[in-house]
Design a protein around this ligand. Structure first.
Ligand code: HEC
Length: 128
């Protein structure tokens, strides 16, 4: 069980994520003169930067929830891979605002902004 590039400061993760989005905007604007093919490529690159950021943050969940959120069959911690994004977001927000009881998750959820939770949930939902 490894957690590569564990991110200790969720706040700096959000800053980098927003910076990636801000960088993508001018790149998208420039594609007007270079045709639909490069526009598609740039959109894919921007999307992949966002997913990479969420992936880095999701790596810190792997310690308990398994690699890529795939918990081993005998794990007491539920897996996260392939679950509906809306369900994951709802559970995380409920942990964060104290509506959902837990041992470690209420504290962990408080370490992420709502925007980060949405991005992380999206990444796990994509792990089929
Ligand atoms: C220290 C171990 C640990 C880490 C790290 C951790 N979790 Fe958890 N997670 C748990 C445990 C244990 C539970 C069961 C509830 C509880 O006891 O808090 C849980 C439950 C959950 C649940 C509810 C699942 C269900 O079906 O009830 C979600 C969603 C979740 N975690 C998401 C995350 C996300 C996203 C991260 C990373 C940002 C994360 N967890 C990091 C241990 C962890």
């Amino acid at each position: 069980m490894t957690a590569p590039r564990r991110r200790m400061t969720p706040a700096s993760g959000l800053a980098a994520w927003l910076a990636a989005m801000a960088c993508a905007a001018p790149a998208l604007a420039q594609t007007g003169t270079s045709g639909p093919a490069s526009e598609a490529r740039t959109t894919v690159e921007a999307q992949s930067a966002r997913m990479q950021q969420a992936r880095n943050q999701a790596a810190s969940c792997a310690v308990c929830h398994g690699p890529d959120g795939r918990a081993p069959a005998d794990s007491p911690v539920p897996g996260l891979a392939g679950r509906a994004q809306a369900d994951l977001v709802e559970m995380m927000l409920d942990y964060k605002n104290g509506k959902r009881p837990g041992t470690v998750m209420p504290q962990i959820a408080k370490g992420y902004s709502d925007t980060e939770i949405i991005a992380i949930a999206s990444w796990f939902a994509d792990q089929k």
